[in-house]
Design a protein around this ligand. Structure first.
Ligand code: TA6
Length: 298
């Protein structure tokens, strides 16, 4: 990475940075340390940014990679150990981290890659109704792949149990033509049919609303996009579960920050620690959730 440029930009109410290298361009918001878009030079976007995205404080942007932490989705659907960590009455969907301002620790060049690091200082005892002391950092490395590492270190004296996800929105030419490989034969939770456990037959293709938790996931999942002649690869560590989501027609229409046909151009594969894969952090313990996102021709 010979040269790179960092430009501070305001999008609606959100403070953002646009980081451009000779290979790629990344847009990231201070709120949630949320990547909003990412694109390799000469390729269609890799991460999707909704045409109707709303850039407002306290609201996660429909784009890129929201960080879901210290719980995923509806808290009531999490194991009791995760629920018991929150002492409030109104638990926001997908936790507390995605709507709070993170601190940019630094941007530096190392070994032909760019390292961008954020921290959520509030996780050390100052999150509303979540009185635990965890050092929470997100490291983003822009190199041959886009690497994300979300690290939680329990600084307190008692165990902390979390669920989490890197809720990544991928850009596809048309979700109806795309498929996800790596899930063949896996058990999954079908959240749209009473959270029933089922088994995946073959690769996953899309013909309707999809919202599933895949269990015991392998180290690599990929999205095959024939029209764009592209395979997006996700290589993960520290995760044995993944959520795959597409809202399809009716749900997309109900979302104020997604165009009615926006569902056609996106697909979420969320590298996660959910269901029976939640993380118990003993005092002093560290857990790193990692994904490297790359792309190659078919
Ligand atoms: O990851 C899937 C999911 O939990 C869906 O159920 C859907 O609600 C989606 O995330 C988006 O959630 P959000 O709170 O960002 O609208």
């Amino acid at each position: 990475m010979a040269t790179y440029q960092v430009v501070n930009e305001q999008h609606g109410e959100l403070n953002c940075w646009r980081i451009t290298s000779d290979r790629a361009e990344l847009l990231i918001a201070q709120q949630g340390a949320q990547i909003l878009s990412y694109q390799h030079v000469g390729e269609p976007p890799l991460l999707w940014l909704s045409d109707q995205a709303i850039f407002r404080q306290g609201k996660s942007v429909r784009a890129g990679v929201p960080v879901c932490w210290p719980w995923f989705g509806n808290l009531q659907r999490n194991p009791e150990a995760v629920q018991g960590m929150f002492h409030g009455t109104q638990a926001p969907a997908h936790g507390l981290a995605r709507t709070r301002d993170w601190k940019l620790l630094g941007i530096e060049e190392a070994a032909s890659a760019l390292r961008i690091e954020f921290e959520l200082p509030e996780a050390q005892g100052d999150l509303p109704h979540w009185p635990h002391d965890v050092e929470l950092k997100l490291l983003i490395v822009m190199g041959d792949a886009l690497e994300l590492t979300l690290t939680s270190r329990n600084r307190g004296n008692s165990s902390v149990t979390i669920s989490q996800a890197l809720h990544s929105y991928f850009a596809v030419s048309d979700v109806r033509e795309a498929r996800v490989e790596g899930v063949e034969g896996l058990d999954y939770i079908e959240t749209l049919a009473d959270w029933e456990q089922r088994q995946q037959q073959g690769a996953l293709t899309f013909a309707g609303e999809t919202d599933r938790i895949y269990l015991n996931t392998p180290g690599q999942l990929s999205i095959v996009d024939p029209h764009w002649n592209r395979r997006i690869t996700l290589n993960s560590r520290g995760s044995r579960s993944a959520v795959i989501w597409n809202p399809w027609t009716d749900r997309a229409q109900a979302l104020p920050d997604m165009a009615d046909d926006g569902w056609q151009r996106m697909l979420c594969i969320e590298t996660a620690n959910v269901w029976d894969d939640v993380v118990e952090l003993k005092p002093g313990a560290v857990h790193a959730l990692h994904v490297a996102i790359g792309s190659e021709g078919l």
